[in-house]
Design a protein around this ligand. Structure first.
Ligand code: ADP
Ligand code: GN1
Ligand code: MG
Length: 362
Protein backbone atom coordinates (compact mmCIF):
# COMPACT_ATOMS: atom_id res chain seq x y z
CA UNK A 1 0.00 0.00 0.00
CA UNK A 2 1.32 3.48 -0.84
CA UNK A 3 1.60 6.19 1.80
CA UNK A 4 -1.38 8.02 0.22
CA UNK A 5 -3.56 4.90 0.29
CA UNK A 6 -2.58 4.28 3.88
CA UNK A 7 -3.55 7.83 4.84
CA UNK A 8 -6.93 7.49 3.14
CA UNK A 9 -7.62 4.23 4.96
CA UNK A 10 -6.51 5.75 8.23
CA UNK A 11 -9.36 8.27 7.91
CA UNK A 12 -11.82 5.43 7.39
CA UNK A 13 -10.42 3.67 10.45
CA UNK A 14 -10.64 6.81 12.59
CA UNK A 15 -14.33 7.08 11.71
CA UNK A 16 -14.87 3.64 13.28
CA UNK A 17 -13.71 5.10 16.58
CA UNK A 18 -15.89 8.18 16.05
CA UNK A 19 -17.31 8.31 19.58
CA UNK A 20 -13.83 9.31 20.76
CA UNK A 21 -13.33 11.74 17.90
CA UNK A 22 -13.24 13.72 15.78
CA UNK A 23 -9.46 13.54 15.35
CA UNK A 24 -8.11 16.70 13.71
CA UNK A 25 -4.58 15.29 13.87
CA UNK A 26 -3.28 11.80 13.11
CA UNK A 27 0.41 11.48 12.19
CA UNK A 28 2.88 8.57 11.82
CA UNK A 29 4.52 7.76 15.13
CA UNK A 30 7.32 5.68 16.68
CA UNK A 31 9.99 3.39 15.28
CA UNK A 32 8.38 -0.05 15.07
CA UNK A 33 9.39 -2.33 12.18
CA UNK A 34 6.07 -4.14 11.84
CA UNK A 35 2.82 -2.23 12.33
CA UNK A 36 1.83 1.19 10.97
CA UNK A 37 1.55 3.38 14.03
CA UNK A 38 -0.09 6.80 14.25
CA UNK A 39 -0.62 9.29 17.03
CA UNK A 40 -4.23 10.49 16.82
CA UNK A 41 -5.31 13.56 18.76
CA UNK A 42 -8.98 14.24 19.35
CA UNK A 43 -10.68 17.62 19.28
CA UNK A 44 -10.59 17.68 23.08
CA UNK A 45 -6.83 17.03 23.02
CA UNK A 46 -6.99 13.41 24.14
CA UNK A 47 -4.26 11.29 22.57
CA UNK A 48 -4.56 7.82 21.11
CA UNK A 49 -2.37 5.33 19.29
CA UNK A 50 -3.95 4.13 16.06
CA UNK A 51 -2.31 1.09 14.51
CA UNK A 52 -2.79 -0.81 11.31
CA UNK A 53 -1.94 -4.35 12.29
CA UNK A 54 0.41 -5.95 9.79
CA UNK A 55 -1.82 -8.82 8.76
CA UNK A 56 0.70 -10.27 6.35
CA UNK A 57 2.60 -11.15 9.52
CA UNK A 58 -0.21 -11.48 12.05
CA UNK A 59 -2.54 -13.45 9.87
CA UNK A 60 -5.25 -13.66 12.57
CA UNK A 61 -5.61 -10.13 13.97
CA UNK A 62 -8.80 -11.24 15.76
CA UNK A 63 -6.77 -13.79 17.72
CA UNK A 64 -4.04 -11.25 18.45
CA UNK A 65 -6.62 -8.90 19.91
CA UNK A 66 -8.14 -11.69 22.02
CA UNK A 67 -4.66 -12.37 23.40
CA UNK A 68 -4.06 -8.69 24.11
CA UNK A 69 -7.40 -8.21 25.86
CA UNK A 70 -6.78 -11.22 28.09
CA UNK A 71 -3.17 -10.32 28.88
CA UNK A 72 -3.85 -6.65 29.60
CA UNK A 73 -6.81 -7.51 31.83
CA UNK A 74 -4.60 -9.88 33.80
CA UNK A 75 -1.79 -7.34 34.15
CA UNK A 76 -4.18 -4.53 35.04
CA UNK A 77 -5.59 -6.60 37.92
CA UNK A 78 -2.07 -7.22 39.18
CA UNK A 79 -1.29 -3.52 38.89
CA UNK A 80 -4.46 -2.62 40.75
CA UNK A 81 -3.56 -4.98 43.58
CA UNK A 82 -0.14 -3.32 43.75
CA UNK A 83 -1.65 0.15 43.83
CA UNK A 84 -0.19 1.12 40.45
CA UNK A 85 -1.68 3.62 38.00
CA UNK A 86 -4.11 1.31 36.16
CA UNK A 87 -4.26 3.66 33.18
CA UNK A 88 -0.55 3.30 32.55
CA UNK A 89 0.54 -0.10 33.91
CA UNK A 90 -0.48 -1.84 30.68
CA UNK A 91 -2.01 -1.05 27.29
CA UNK A 92 -5.70 -0.05 27.19
CA UNK A 93 -7.57 -1.15 24.08
CA UNK A 94 -10.13 1.41 22.83
CA UNK A 95 -13.23 -0.28 21.40
CA UNK A 96 -14.77 0.75 18.09
CA UNK A 97 -18.19 2.40 18.13
CA UNK A 98 -19.57 -1.07 17.44
CA UNK A 99 -17.87 -2.46 20.55
CA UNK A 100 -15.14 -4.43 18.78
CA UNK A 101 -11.45 -4.51 19.64
CA UNK A 102 -10.43 -3.85 16.03
CA UNK A 103 -11.85 -2.47 12.80
CA UNK A 104 -11.60 -4.18 9.42
CA UNK A 105 -11.55 -1.57 6.66
CA UNK A 106 -12.99 -1.79 3.17
CA UNK A 107 -9.81 -3.30 1.72
CA UNK A 108 -9.35 -5.83 4.51
CA UNK A 109 -6.75 -4.04 6.65
CA UNK A 110 -7.13 -4.32 10.41
CA UNK A 111 -6.93 -1.34 12.73
CA UNK A 112 -6.85 -0.97 16.50
CA UNK A 113 -6.67 1.88 18.92
CA UNK A 114 -5.00 2.23 22.32
CA UNK A 115 -5.15 5.01 24.84
CA UNK A 116 -1.90 6.90 24.53
CA UNK A 117 0.17 6.10 27.60
CA UNK A 118 0.56 9.70 28.76
CA UNK A 119 3.64 11.32 30.11
CA UNK A 120 5.88 8.56 28.86
CA UNK A 121 8.79 8.23 26.44
CA UNK A 122 10.07 5.33 24.35
CA UNK A 123 13.85 5.05 24.00
CA UNK A 124 16.05 3.77 21.21
CA UNK A 125 19.14 3.76 23.39
CA UNK A 126 19.68 3.69 27.14
CA UNK A 127 21.36 6.68 28.68
CA UNK A 128 22.85 4.89 31.70
CA UNK A 129 23.32 1.49 33.26
CA UNK A 130 20.60 2.01 35.85
CA UNK A 131 18.03 2.68 33.15
CA UNK A 132 18.90 -0.66 31.55
CA UNK A 133 18.66 -2.49 34.89
CA UNK A 134 15.23 -0.90 35.42
CA UNK A 135 14.17 -2.00 31.99
CA UNK A 136 15.30 -5.57 32.74
CA UNK A 137 13.37 -5.55 35.96
CA UNK A 138 10.27 -4.41 34.07
CA UNK A 139 10.51 -7.25 31.54
CA UNK A 140 11.35 -9.70 34.35
CA UNK A 141 8.34 -8.46 36.28
CA UNK A 142 6.17 -8.72 33.17
CA UNK A 143 7.03 -12.43 33.01
CA UNK A 144 6.23 -12.69 36.70
CA UNK A 145 2.85 -11.04 36.25
CA UNK A 146 2.02 -13.65 33.63
CA UNK A 147 3.41 -16.60 35.57
CA UNK A 148 -0.11 -17.53 36.74
CA UNK A 149 -1.76 -16.65 33.42
CA UNK A 150 -3.52 -19.57 31.78
CA UNK A 151 -1.35 -20.09 28.68
CA UNK A 152 -3.95 -22.40 27.14
CA UNK A 153 -6.17 -19.39 26.32
CA UNK A 154 -3.41 -17.82 24.21
CA UNK A 155 -3.41 -18.19 20.45
CA UNK A 156 0.00 -18.74 18.89
CA UNK A 157 0.47 -15.36 17.20
CA UNK A 158 3.21 -16.46 14.82
CA UNK A 159 4.13 -20.12 14.51
CA UNK A 160 7.75 -20.96 15.33
CA UNK A 161 8.45 -17.32 16.08
CA UNK A 162 11.60 -17.98 18.11
CA UNK A 163 12.31 -21.45 16.80
CA UNK A 164 15.85 -20.73 15.64
CA UNK A 165 16.39 -24.01 13.71
CA UNK A 166 13.26 -23.18 11.70
CA UNK A 167 14.57 -19.64 11.09
CA UNK A 168 17.85 -21.20 9.94
CA UNK A 169 16.04 -23.50 7.51
CA UNK A 170 14.03 -20.54 6.21
CA UNK A 171 17.29 -18.78 5.41
CA UNK A 172 18.72 -21.81 3.63
CA UNK A 173 15.53 -22.08 1.56
CA UNK A 174 15.59 -18.38 0.70
CA UNK A 175 19.25 -18.61 -0.33
CA UNK A 176 18.50 -21.57 -2.56
CA UNK A 177 15.48 -19.96 -4.21
CA UNK A 178 17.26 -16.60 -4.46
CA UNK A 179 14.20 -14.92 -5.96
CA UNK A 180 15.84 -11.48 -6.06
CA UNK A 181 19.23 -12.63 -7.30
CA UNK A 182 20.91 -11.36 -4.14
CA UNK A 183 22.49 -14.56 -2.83
CA UNK A 184 25.83 -14.14 -4.60
CA UNK A 185 26.64 -10.93 -2.75
CA UNK A 186 25.85 -12.42 0.67
CA UNK A 187 27.87 -15.62 0.51
CA UNK A 188 29.97 -14.51 3.44
CA UNK A 189 26.89 -14.03 5.61
CA UNK A 190 25.37 -17.34 4.50
CA UNK A 191 28.64 -19.03 5.38
CA UNK A 192 28.59 -17.36 8.81
CA UNK A 193 25.12 -18.79 9.41
CA UNK A 194 26.11 -22.27 8.19
CA UNK A 195 29.05 -22.40 10.57
CA UNK A 196 26.48 -22.10 13.37
CA UNK A 197 24.12 -24.83 12.12
CA UNK A 198 24.63 -26.83 15.32
CA UNK A 199 24.46 -23.86 17.66
CA UNK A 200 20.99 -22.86 16.43
CA UNK A 201 19.62 -26.07 17.97
CA UNK A 202 20.89 -25.57 21.52
CA UNK A 203 17.72 -24.15 23.08
CA UNK A 204 15.34 -26.44 21.18
CA UNK A 205 17.45 -29.40 22.33
CA UNK A 206 17.27 -28.17 25.93
CA UNK A 207 13.51 -27.88 25.56
CA UNK A 208 13.29 -31.38 24.07
CA UNK A 209 15.25 -32.94 26.92
CA UNK A 210 13.03 -31.22 29.46
CA UNK A 211 15.61 -28.85 30.93
CA UNK A 212 14.17 -25.61 29.55
CA UNK A 213 10.60 -24.74 30.64
CA UNK A 214 8.02 -22.99 28.48
CA UNK A 215 6.67 -19.83 30.11
CA UNK A 216 4.37 -17.06 28.96
CA UNK A 217 6.86 -14.59 27.53
CA UNK A 218 6.82 -11.30 25.64
CA UNK A 219 9.01 -12.41 22.73
CA UNK A 220 9.88 -8.92 21.48
CA UNK A 221 11.73 -7.34 24.39
CA UNK A 222 13.31 -4.46 22.51
CA UNK A 223 14.04 -1.36 24.52
CA UNK A 224 11.50 0.67 22.55
CA UNK A 225 8.77 -1.74 23.63
CA UNK A 226 8.91 -0.27 27.13
CA UNK A 227 7.52 3.13 27.97
CA UNK A 228 9.37 5.16 30.62
CA UNK A 229 7.87 7.88 32.78
CA UNK A 230 8.90 11.23 31.30
CA UNK A 231 9.91 12.63 34.71
CA UNK A 232 11.20 9.75 36.80
CA UNK A 233 12.59 7.87 33.77
CA UNK A 234 11.32 4.66 35.38
CA UNK A 235 9.57 2.01 33.24
CA UNK A 236 5.80 2.24 33.48
CA UNK A 237 4.41 0.03 30.75
CA UNK A 238 5.47 -2.93 28.63
CA UNK A 239 3.92 -2.52 25.18
CA UNK A 240 3.89 -4.30 21.79
CA UNK A 241 2.03 -7.31 23.12
CA UNK A 242 1.38 -8.92 19.72
CA UNK A 243 3.81 -11.74 20.32
CA UNK A 244 2.98 -12.66 23.91
CA UNK A 245 3.00 -16.45 23.71
CA UNK A 246 4.56 -19.43 25.42
CA UNK A 247 8.33 -19.13 24.96
CA UNK A 248 11.68 -19.23 26.75
CA UNK A 249 12.60 -16.71 29.44
CA UNK A 250 16.18 -16.74 28.12
CA UNK A 251 14.98 -15.45 24.76
CA UNK A 252 13.24 -12.49 26.38
CA UNK A 253 16.50 -11.80 28.18
CA UNK A 254 18.48 -12.32 24.99
CA UNK A 255 16.48 -10.05 22.71
CA UNK A 256 16.89 -7.15 25.12
CA UNK A 257 20.65 -7.70 25.17
CA UNK A 258 20.79 -7.92 21.38
CA UNK A 259 19.22 -4.52 21.03
CA UNK A 260 20.15 -2.64 24.18
CA UNK A 261 23.66 -3.87 25.07
CA UNK A 262 25.03 -3.39 21.57
CA UNK A 263 27.46 -0.47 21.56
CA UNK A 264 26.01 0.43 18.15
CA UNK A 265 22.55 0.80 16.65
CA UNK A 266 20.79 -2.25 15.22
CA UNK A 267 21.54 -1.11 11.67
CA UNK A 268 25.04 0.37 12.14
CA UNK A 269 27.12 0.02 8.98
CA UNK A 270 30.49 0.73 10.60
CA UNK A 271 30.97 -2.71 12.11
CA UNK A 272 33.99 -1.57 14.12
CA UNK A 273 31.47 0.19 16.37
CA UNK A 274 29.56 -3.01 17.09
CA UNK A 275 30.28 -4.90 20.30
CA UNK A 276 28.65 -6.26 23.42
CA UNK A 277 28.86 -3.80 26.28
CA UNK A 278 29.60 -6.22 29.13
CA UNK A 279 28.75 -3.65 31.77
CA UNK A 280 25.30 -3.15 30.29
CA UNK A 281 24.95 -6.91 29.82
CA UNK A 282 25.61 -7.57 33.50
CA UNK A 283 23.43 -4.67 34.60
CA UNK A 284 20.55 -6.11 32.57
CA UNK A 285 21.10 -9.63 33.89
CA UNK A 286 21.01 -8.33 37.44
CA UNK A 287 17.71 -6.50 36.86
CA UNK A 288 16.15 -9.40 34.97
CA UNK A 289 16.96 -11.85 37.77
CA UNK A 290 15.63 -9.42 40.34
CA UNK A 291 12.44 -8.94 38.33
CA UNK A 292 12.05 -12.71 38.00
CA UNK A 293 12.02 -12.99 41.81
CA UNK A 294 13.61 -16.41 42.02
CA UNK A 295 11.35 -18.05 39.43
CA UNK A 296 14.13 -18.98 37.00
CA UNK A 297 15.76 -22.40 37.28
CA UNK A 298 19.54 -22.84 37.43
CA UNK A 299 19.46 -24.17 33.87
CA UNK A 300 17.65 -21.05 32.69
CA UNK A 301 20.23 -18.86 34.39
CA UNK A 302 23.01 -20.91 32.78
CA UNK A 303 21.33 -20.50 29.40
CA UNK A 304 20.86 -16.73 29.61
CA UNK A 305 24.17 -16.00 27.80
CA UNK A 306 23.13 -18.49 25.12
CA UNK A 307 19.76 -16.72 24.87
CA UNK A 308 21.57 -13.48 24.11
CA UNK A 309 23.68 -15.08 21.38
CA UNK A 310 20.72 -17.03 20.04
CA UNK A 311 18.42 -14.02 19.71
CA UNK A 312 21.17 -12.01 18.04
CA UNK A 313 21.98 -14.78 15.60
CA UNK A 314 18.29 -15.48 14.96
CA UNK A 315 17.55 -11.85 14.28
CA UNK A 316 20.50 -11.75 11.86
CA UNK A 317 19.14 -14.86 10.10
CA UNK A 318 15.73 -13.20 9.84
CA UNK A 319 17.11 -9.93 8.45
CA UNK A 320 19.17 -11.85 5.90
CA UNK A 321 16.21 -14.01 4.90
CA UNK A 322 14.13 -10.88 4.39
CA UNK A 323 16.90 -9.30 2.32
CA UNK A 324 16.98 -12.39 0.09
CA UNK A 325 13.20 -12.42 -0.18
CA UNK A 326 13.01 -8.78 -1.28
CA UNK A 327 12.45 -6.92 2.03
CA UNK A 328 8.87 -7.98 2.53
CA UNK A 329 8.78 -8.44 6.32
CA UNK A 330 10.67 -5.72 8.19
CA UNK A 331 10.03 -2.07 7.34
CA UNK A 332 13.15 -0.67 5.68
CA UNK A 333 14.16 2.90 5.04
CA UNK A 334 17.04 2.48 2.62
CA UNK A 335 18.26 -0.04 0.03
CA UNK A 336 20.24 -2.82 1.70
CA UNK A 337 18.83 -1.91 5.12
CA UNK A 338 18.09 -5.51 6.07
CA UNK A 339 21.55 -6.60 4.95
CA UNK A 340 23.10 -3.85 7.10
CA UNK A 341 21.00 -5.03 10.03
CA UNK A 342 22.06 -8.62 9.42
CA UNK A 343 25.75 -7.73 9.26
CA UNK A 344 25.44 -5.77 12.47
CA UNK A 345 23.77 -8.72 14.24
CA UNK A 346 26.40 -11.16 12.98
CA UNK A 347 29.21 -8.85 14.12
CA UNK A 348 27.59 -8.78 17.54
CA UNK A 349 27.33 -12.59 17.58
CA UNK A 350 31.04 -12.83 16.80
CA UNK A 351 31.83 -10.47 19.65
CA UNK A 352 29.62 -12.47 22.03
CA UNK A 353 31.44 -15.63 21.01
CA UNK A 354 34.74 -13.98 21.85
CA UNK A 355 33.29 -12.93 25.21
CA UNK A 356 31.73 -16.29 26.02
CA UNK A 357 33.60 -16.72 29.32
CA UNK A 358 32.89 -13.20 30.50
CA UNK A 359 29.20 -13.56 29.70
CA UNK A 360 28.70 -16.44 32.14
CA UNK A 361 26.42 -15.44 34.97
CA UNK A 362 27.12 -18.25 37.45
P1 ADP B 1 5.61 -2.31 16.26
O1 ADP B 1 5.05 -3.68 16.46
O2 ADP B 1 5.57 -1.86 14.87
O3 ADP B 1 6.96 -2.20 16.90
P2 ADP B 1 4.56 -0.92 18.63
O4 ADP B 1 3.27 -1.41 19.21
O5 ADP B 1 5.79 -1.28 19.34
O6 ADP B 1 4.61 -1.33 17.07
O7 ADP B 1 4.45 0.68 18.54
C1 ADP B 1 5.44 1.46 17.91
C2 ADP B 1 5.84 2.62 18.81
O8 ADP B 1 4.68 3.42 19.11
C3 ADP B 1 6.40 2.20 20.18
O9 ADP B 1 7.79 1.90 20.12
C4 ADP B 1 6.08 3.43 21.02
O10 ADP B 1 7.02 4.44 20.78
C5 ADP B 1 4.74 3.92 20.45
N1 ADP B 1 3.57 3.41 21.21
C6 ADP B 1 2.87 2.28 20.97
N2 ADP B 1 1.83 2.15 21.79
C7 ADP B 1 1.84 3.23 22.61
C8 ADP B 1 0.98 3.72 23.68
N3 ADP B 1 -0.11 3.04 24.06
N4 ADP B 1 1.31 4.90 24.26
C9 ADP B 1 2.38 5.61 23.85
N5 ADP B 1 3.21 5.22 22.86
C10 ADP B 1 2.96 4.05 22.24
C1 GN1 C 1 10.35 -6.41 15.12
O1 GN1 C 1 7.80 -4.82 16.06
P1 GN1 C 1 9.17 -4.46 16.51
O2 GN1 C 1 9.83 -3.43 15.69
O3 GN1 C 1 9.14 -4.16 18.01
C2 GN1 C 1 10.13 -7.91 15.20
C3 GN1 C 1 11.05 -8.53 16.24
C4 GN1 C 1 12.49 -8.23 15.87
C5 GN1 C 1 12.66 -6.73 15.74
C6 GN1 C 1 14.04 -6.36 15.25
C7 GN1 C 1 6.62 -9.29 15.23
O4 GN1 C 1 10.02 -5.82 16.37
O5 GN1 C 1 10.87 -9.93 16.28
O6 GN1 C 1 13.37 -8.73 16.85
O7 GN1 C 1 11.71 -6.16 14.81
N1 GN1 C 1 8.73 -8.19 15.52
C8 GN1 C 1 8.04 -9.12 14.84
O8 GN1 C 1 14.27 -5.03 15.51
O9 GN1 C 1 8.53 -9.82 13.97
MG1 MG D 1 7.55 -2.34 18.87
Amino acid sequence: MTREELCAKKEEALAAFGKNGPFPSCEPYGNGHINDTFLAISQSGRRYILQRINHMIFTRPDEIMENILAVTEHIRKKGEAEGLDTERCTLSVVKTDGGDSFYKDSIGSFWRMYDFCEHTVAKEKVSCKKEFTDCAEAFGKFQGQLADFDASVLHEAIKNFHNTPVRYENLMRAAKKDICGRAAEVQKEIQFAMERAEFVKVLENARANGSLPLRVTHNDTKLNNILFDADTQLPVCVIDLDTVMPGYSVNDFGDSIRFGANTAAEDETDLSKVSLDLDLYRAYAEGFLRGAEGRLTDTEIDLMPIGARMMTLECGLRFLTDYLEGDVYFRTSRPGHNLDRCRCQFALVADMEAKEEEMKLR
